[in-house]
Design a binder for this molecule. Structure first.
Ligand code: TA6
Length: 288
């Protein structure tokens, strides 16, 4: 039940985007209704967990650069229809806020997106997607996908998380050592590349890891580690656009690649098959 009386919950707008502001004894968070998109999370006496571009477009229907975009029901380009938006349509559509509950561990919000005539023209399957966001000592996201159609479908998704760092040159990502990956910048090398050291970005980095372990750490000298737990997400992506791609993107300031890194979790390699009437879920827990 959504009532303004729910302590620590308020509705505002940023640019032209309606957002939910959460403030409790553990942390503050901001979530845009479009895409059920977590824009910010910061623990009391902590530092911002997520990076949000100072040039993010806050306009209805436009992808927001930063926070945790939810890519669904495909990842990267649509497999066959090039005119469709990259990373699916879920992040560009308004989700419905179904519930906000305040309890001893923080706030729990339930957002919902259901198929309709518009989505069916882009993806011919009936579905219900729910994103449960828990704002407490940790930030927890659980995506639940239900196949409400009478036929099976395959989907991909990503928690496309942009993390706030001080300096990419001082940052390493551990947890993906010896895990096979596809370098999206050199696809000709195939998807069985591996490295046995922690990742240090020294140029544009765009890697899709499969059969990943679901426990990753962003480590930067002098900063609190960022811990990413996503046990039932089979794949991971590490992305930093570096100089040239940043200039091409149009919603990132020139030097901002230095203070962000994406470590994404989800189903980005082989699609997940969901039988008619079935439901599946994927949980990610973030902390810093
Ligand atoms: O997850 C990495 C990636 O697929 C990159 O290739 C880059 O395209 C990035 O996502 C951002 O995509 P977007 O559509 O949000 O600009």
């Amino acid at each position: 039940m959504i009532t303004q009386q729910t302590i620590g919950f308020s509705q505002q707008t940023i640019g032209n985007q309606p957002v939910i502001m959460i403030e409790n004894q553990f942390a503050n968070a901001t979530i845009a209704l479009q895409g059920a998109h977590v824009l910010s999370y910061q623990k009391r006496d902590g530092t911002p967990l997520l990076w949000l571009s100072d040039q993010a477009k806050m306009e209805a229907g436009q992808a927001i650069r930063g926070g945790i975009p939810l890519c669904f029901p495909w990842f990267n380009k649509h497999p066959t229809i090039t005119t469709l938006p990259s990373h699916g349509f879920a992040r560009n559509l308004p989700w419905e806020l179904m519930r906000v509950d305040a309890h001893e561990a923080g706030h729990k919000l339930v957002f919902e997106l259901k198929s309709d005539e518009q989505t069916l023209t882009k993806w011919p399957y009936r579905f219900k997607a729910q994103l449960v966001v828990e704002v407490g000592e940790q930030l927890k996201l659980t995506l639940k996908v239900t196949n409400t159609d009478d036929k099976p479908f395959e989907f991909k998704f990503a928690y496309h998380s942009y993390f706030a760092i001080q300096d990419i040159h001082q940052t390493q990502i551990s947890g993906l050592e010896n895990t096979e990956f596809l370098d999206q910048l050199k696809p000709e090398l195939g998807d069985q590349l591996t490295e046995n050291d922690a990742i240090q970005c020294t140029a544009e980095t765009d890697r899709v890891y499969h059969q990943a372990k679901g426990l990753y750490r962003i480590v930067e000298a002098g900063q609190q580690d960022i811990l990413i737990q996503a046990a039932n997400c089979p794949d991971a992506v590490v992305w930093n656009p570096w100089v040239e791609k940043t200039q091409r993107l149009g919603d990132m300031s020139a030097e901002s690649w230095r203070s962000m890194v994406c470590v994404e979790c989800g189903v980005m390699d082989k699609p997940h098959m969901l039988a008619a009437g079935d439901m599946t879920w994927f949980k990610m827990v973030l902390s810093n």
